[in-house]
Every structure is written in structure tokens, then in C-alpha cells.
Design a protein around this ligand. Structure first.
Ligand code: CA
Length: 423
């Protein structure tokens, strides 16, 4: 496999990239853009420019990557997600083309006109055709907070939690891309005193998560080890796992989340490859008690990704309500994938595995309104003078994610969703 030369922090590009952009030449994420002239196009992004990979593939620029030209004509990234080696070669090739001294593209004005599009001219779409979606519950702080609120502060974690990455199978059909409005859901709820009722959710909440997207895994009946796991991960995005707490509270026993979660989940439009995140590796929290052998791993499998959540009321400005970090997760992605497949469950290209709410140790780092407002007992004040316990109609929730190790800074852009009244 090629080296990750696209990660070289000294690389500069001939494209005009704003200082501090989430999308320097060291990022090279992948996405799907809708253009005036073509409905869905495979693209990458540099600064505020979107680069059409379909156009460049037609010219033969990616023939050396092992990805066939036709794959770039697809309306989803799945067709180019052949594996780690191919994606690494593609990202390296794009980085070479954008490199400041490389004249091939830089000096070909006709080609530039046909492949470079301003971001504001694009409608970003769901980047991947998502097959199966799994949601984990891998933040110890989040699980402890929820267990403390709803069960017993002295036994906040259930007995299995420190021994396996708890998760459930979610629903992929309602995963939407940033910029798509959602409607407040209806659902069955159980008032404290009295019989169940049907009504609008009053406790609509976000969950700050990251998700990873897989390449094809192994056939049914085989497992992926923690050592192998990263070879099966294409990249990551920001993920807001919308949750209706009042519906959830009544329905979730004994089989877990159902209608409280599956009405919508929002993802950011750019998939940042695991290769691009390599410079931001960090250690995980120490696991005690010791985990079973199949969950043991070597090396740094966690990533230092700063995460922010903002609420923007309809006639107000952004209020940051959470500052957390992906590195707080107790269970890392390699453990999640190893656990998911240990029974022989197969993983397919385009599956999505989300982290679970990522809360940190401080109240300012809690990743849901449930925790921030502590079940509604501690409302927060927004800068327009209003208060929030949960999310109100016409609020937008915005999540952003950045990495910065001193020599390279890159980010994921944002996932932004507005809540509309129920229909
Ligand atoms: Ca979740």
C-alpha cells in the first residue's frame, strides 16, 4: 500500500484556501454534490471549492488508483469505496494534483473551468448509500449520566457496560444530510399518573455523535479483529442522532430504542477518511476491568477530534451549548467493529456505525440536552433571553468537529438541522 503522502503537513496548494479552513490540502474528504448541470456528482473539497472527480476520472487522472473510470459516474460514493488501498491512492493522487508546484491541473484553464465549482453553487447530498446502521453507546460519561438520572446513581452502569461495547441496530432510511429540516415527531407517551397518550414529543433532543462508514467486510460467518478493523473503515462524519426522550422513556424496555430514534438522524456531508485522521491519533481511556481477548488492541486507536454543538433559535444567533471530544470514548472504533463481527455478522460497503452520544467529564461537555439540562431541571439561557430544556420548533442544531495537532488543522464542516412544527 502507498504511504499517506497526502498527510504531509508541509504540502501547500495552488488553490486559494482561507486560513483556518476545515478543508486544507491535508484533508481531501469525499462527498456527493448536486450541481446545476448534473444531479449527483462525486466530489472532493479544498477550501470553499468543490472539485468534480467525475470530470477528472474521464480524463484518466485516476487510472492508477485501481478504481475504474465508470465508478466515478455514480451518484453515491459506494462505487469508489473499493478498499483502503484504492482510497489512499485516490487521495494521494488528488493531493498531488492540488500541490502548489504541480502544473497539470493548475495551468489547464479549460479543465479547471469544468472541474472546479464554488461551494455555494452545490447542494450537498447524502454521500453514501447507507446499508445497515448501528448505534453504539460508548461514552462512559454519557451512559453514567443517563443511568444516574433514570436508574440508580450508585449503579449507573449496567453490569455488561464495562465488558462490551453496547449497541443496537438502527434504521438507515431516515438518515438525512445536513441542511434537511425535520418535523417534530408524534408518539405514544406515558404521563407520570394516568394511562398512555398519543401526542407531540415535548422532549426533543439531539445526540452529539460521530459515525464511521465501512468498506466491504468479510463474508458471513467470519470476524474482523481489532488489528484488522481499521482496514475496513472508509472514513468518518459528524452525526446527530435525534431522540424523543418522552417516547423513548415509555417504549425502550425491553428491546431498546425504536420510534424515539428512527424518525431522523442527521449526518455531515463530507466523509473524512481514516487516513486523513491518522495524525490525530491518541490513546483511549484506560479500560478497567480488563477486557476479553477479542476486544484487546495495540496502539492508539482513538482520535483527538474536538466537537461542538450550537443551538440557533429562529431569530437569534448561535449559542454553543457543548464542547466535547471524540477521544473521551471508552470503546474505540476497532473494538466496536471487532465486537460487531465476533459472532460472524457481516459488514457491507456503506454500513454506518455511530459512536453513541459523546459526553466528556464536565457539564459543559455533555452531548445531549437530557444531560445539559439534567432531565429538564436545569434550563440553559440562550443569548436571545429565552431558555431551553430541550429543542423547540424552529431551532437549528449545529454540530462541528475539528482536529488540530499544531502542524495540521482540518475539520468535518458541520451538520445543521432545523426542527419544524409537526405536520
Ligand atoms: Ca444514540
Amino acid at each position: 500500500m502507498e504511504e499517506m503522502r497526502a498527510n504531509d503537513p508541509s504540502r501547500r496548494t495552488w488553490v486559494n484556501v482561507e486560513e483556518g479552513s476545515d478543508f486544507p490540502i491535508q484533508n481531501i474528504p469525499f462527498g456527493i454534490a448536486g450541481l446545476e448541470t448534473k444531479e449527483s456528482v462525486i466530489v472532493t473539497r479544498i477550501g470553499d471549492w468543490v472539485m468534480r472527480l467525475d470530470v477528472l476520472a474521464t480524463e484518466g487522472f485516476f487510472d492508477s488508483t485501481g478504481i475504474p473510470r465508470e465508478a466515478f459516474e455514480s451518484a453515491s460514493l459506494n462505487d469508489i469505496m473499493l478498499g483502503k488501498a484504492e482510497i489512499r491512492a485516490l487521495r494521494n493522487r488528488i493531493s498531488d494534483l492540488l500541490e502548489v508546484n504541480n502544473e497539470i491541473l493548475r495551468d489547464d484553464h479549460d479543465l479547471l473551468d469544468s472541474c472546479m465549482v464554488r461551494l455555494e453553487k452545490c447542494r450537498m447530498q447524502l454521500p453514501v448509500s447507507i446499508g445497515d446502521y448501528t448505534d453504539f453507546y460508548s461514552s462512559r460519561e454519557h451512559a453514567t449520566n443517563v443511568g444516574t438520572m433514570f436508574r440508580d446513581p450508585d449503579n449507573a452502569l449496567l453490569p455488561n457496560w464495562l465488558h462490551l461495547p453496547v449497541g443496537y441496530h438502527g434504521r438507515s432510511s431516515s438518515i438525512i444530510v445536513s441542511g434537511t429540516d425535520i418535523r417534530r415527531p408524534h408518539g405514544q407517551q406515558k404521563p407520570e399518573d394516568g394511562p398512555p397518550v398519543m401526542g407531540l414529543s415535548k422532549l426533543l433532543d439531539f445526540e452529539l455523535e460521530m459515525a464511521f462508514i465501512t468498506f466491504d467486510g468479510k463474508p458471513l460467518g467470519q470476524s474482523i479483529s481489532t488489528d484488522e478493523a481499521e482496514n475496513y473503515i472508509f472514513g468518518m462524519c459528524i452525526f446527530n442522532d435525534w431522540s424523543a426522550r418522552d417516547i423513548q422513556k415509555w417504549e425502550y424496555v425491553p428491546l431498546g430504542p425504536f420510534l424515539a430514534k428512527n424518525f431522523a438522524s442527521s449526518m455531515s456531508p463530507w466523509v473524512v477518511t481514516l487516513d486523513a485522521l491518522d495524525p490525530f491519533r491518541t490513546s483511549s481511556p484506560k479500560q478497567d476491568p480488563e477486557v476479553l481477548d477479542y476486544l484487546k488492541y495495540t496502539g492508539d486507536k482513538n482520535f483527538d477530534i474536538e466537537l461542538e454543538v450550537f443551538i440557533e433559535p429562529t431569530s437569534g444567533t448561535e449559542n454553543r451549548v457543548c464542547l466535547s471530544n471524540f477521544k473521551h470514548l471508552y470503546w474505540n472504533m476497532s473494538q466496536q467493529l471487532a465486537h460487531h463481527t465476533i459472532n460472524g455478522c457481516n459488514i457491507r460497503r456503506g454500513d454506518m456505525l455511530a459512536s453513541g452520544t459523546i459526553s466528556g467529564p464536565e457539564p459543559t461537555s455533555y452531548g445531549s440536552m437530557l444531560e445539559i439540562s439534567w432531565k429538564g431541571t436545569k434550563p440553559i439561557k440562550l443569548n436571545d433571553g429565552t431558555e431551553r430544556k430541550f429543542i423547540q420548533d424552529r431551532d437549528s442544531v449545529i454540530m462541528r468537529a475539528h482536529c488540530n495537532n499544531g502542524s495540521t488543522k482540518l475539520g468535518f464542516g458541520e451538520v445543521r438541522t432545523r426542527v419544524l412544527e409537526s405536520k
